[in-house]
Design a protein around this ligand. Structure first.
Ligand code: SIN
Length: 377
């Protein structure tokens, strides 16, 4: 089912056939709101026609999670609540923006695939970037792989508008669930002109962060998302965003046009450890990997035996091998060796970056150059 079809069925805001921009009433439990269907078939809930328009793509995760136990912060069902219920739970957002919800998926984020990402990128380019009436977009997402989606969309949604990825660490049924406020804050950031020209954004826990650098640093806590060296772009106080610096995009960032990309080549991540076996590298390639990222120890190191296997892989088979770091922070410098240093990109972001570069048929040396631009060369 295509996105537009899902938008119409899942949001259930209006009968088909109403032409934009006619408004018609929608009664809910507490009040009457108005909806309109835009030129892309998105159904917007509208309280005030002067407000900005924001599209929300929903993918599932803890922000849409549910548990019978309101103290459970693990072991609950992620992706149990639909987008319209999330919107209805935060009516305050309708004082900020006219919103349209699109249910892209309703899964734990480990089940978000590169095909879902490609569909989302194409949809956002079309219904947000190319539509002058749209202010920005929000993507609700599980936090476990949120940074991969945010990084991918940052690279592939090519416009100046804010694309904000948001999640929650507590399911919607928990005491002090963080999802509703995170969602309100992300819709707010997607609405404000000061959020433009900053690349993809992550909004969680009262902070606005760069999608390029930010990573999940803790399996459980609310303040898990951080870019340790690069810091936050801004903070949100009383639902008002404050940006610490004028708009700027990350050094070395590249943009990719995925309109004609039908799939992303497989890239595997191999974790470095003592006694690591070379056969993991050959097995990955034999099973279809077209690129490899190593989560190396320290600044990308692997055993000398594994290093020889990497050289064989690059020189004999032309498979790019990017060395990142398993430490969670810091830089892997470019090197003259066969392996490519990942610069400041962690293993999971390096995997996304390498997949996009391979989708554009870049050579090993072009790939080396792309990573060198996010490193001290
Ligand atoms: C998920 O990533 O889908 C589950 C965990 C979370 O959203 O925090």
């Amino acid at each position: 089912m295509g996105f537009m079809t899902k938008a119409l069925t899942v949001t259930a805001l209006a009968a088909l056939g109403h032409a934009s921009p006619l408004l018609y009433p929608r009664a809910n439990a507490d009040n009457v709101t108005f909806v309109f269907t835009n030129a892309h078939g998105l159904n917007f809930t509208q309280m005030n026609s002067t407000l900005p328009n924001v599209t929300i793509l929903a993918t599932g995760g803890t922000i849409a999670g549910s548990s019978a136990d309101n103290t459970a912060t693990t072991g609950y069902q992620a992706g149990a609540i639909g987008i319209q219920d999330l919107i209805d739970a935060v009516p305050e957002m309708l004082d900020i923006a006219n919103v349209a919800g699109v249910q892209v998926a309703n899964v734990g984020s480990s089940d978000v695939t590169s095909n879902i990402l490609l569909d989302m990128a194409r949809t956002l380019n079309e219904v947000v970037c190319e539509d002058a009436t749209m202010s920005g977009a929000v993507v609700t997402h599980g936090t476990d792989t949120l940074e991969e989606t945010a990084f991918f969309l940052d690279a592939t949604v090519n416009c100046r508008k804010p694309i904000v990825v948001v999640g929650a660490m507590r399911p919607s049924t928990a005491i002090s669930a963080d999802g509703p406020f995170n969602l309100l804050q992300s819709v707010t950031v997607a609405s404000v002109p000061s959020a433009r020209d900053r690349g993809g954004l992550i909004v969680m826990n009262d902070r606005v962060m760069s999608a390029f650098y930010t990573t999940k640093t803790n399996a459980n806590t609310l303040d898990t998302f951080k870019a340790v060296e690069m810091g936050n772009l801004g903070a949100i106080v009383s639902n008002t965003p404050y940006f610490f610096y004028p708009p700027v995009e990350p050094t070395g960032k590249m943009t990719f046009d995925v309109r004609n990309v039908s799939s992303i080549p497989r890239v595997d991540i191999l974790y470095s450890y003592q006694d690591m076996h070379n056969d993991t590298l050959y097995d990955a390639v034999r099973n279809g990997a077209e690129g490899i990222v190593i989560a190396g120890s320290g600044a990308g190191s692997v055993s000398s035996s594994f290093d020889s296997a990497i050289a064989d892989m690059v020189e004999s088979y032309g498979i790019p091998v990017v060395a990142s770091t398993r430490t969670g922070n810091g830089e892997v410098p470019p090197s003259d060796e066969a392996r490519i240093g990942s610069g400041y990109l962690n293993p999971q972001k390096s995997r996304v970056w390498l997949g996009l570069l391979l989708a554009e048929n870049k050579t090993v040396e072009e790939i080396r150059g792309a990573f060198a631009r996010v490193a001290v060369a």
